[in-house]
Design a protein. Structure first.
Length: 115
């Protein structure tokens, strides 16, 4: 009988579900939630913004700050964004080429799993 290679278990990536609206009232919590997932042993974190329809400047700031913390720790922070208004504010902020933005959580997982 031919020996089959052992395939390692696939480790689930932390996916942090963000609020439908990110603004001054909850941007600090968004930052705290994202950075709390950036722990030793984690190589990637996904910010699930698939239900986020609004993000103001304080929200954008929280995302950028969390991205910097993750990058400083060598962790890839990816954003699954579907809302047109959210994509537009990220574009106007000049972040489309800086943040890793994907159209779905599954697309972000695929990108992280297959660099």
């Amino acid at each position: 009988m031919e020996a089959r290679p052992v395939v390692g278990a696939v480790t689930a990536l932390p996916a942090i579900k963000l609020a439908a609206e990110i603004d001054v009232t909850n941007s600090d919590q968004v930052y705290a939630d994202l950075t709390a997932a950036c722990v030793p042993g984690v190589h990637a974190v996904i910010a699930d913004m698939s239900e986020t329809t609004f993000c103001d400047s304080s929200g954008v700031r929280a995302l950028v700050r969390a991205h910097k913390v993750a990058a400083d720790l060598g962790i890839e922070l990816s954003f699954a964004v579907t809302g047109e208004a959210v994509l537009r504010i990220l574009e106007l902020s000049g972040l489309i080429g800086i943040l890793r933005i994907y159209p779905s959580v599954s697309a972000a997982v695929r990108a992280v799993s297959n660099p």
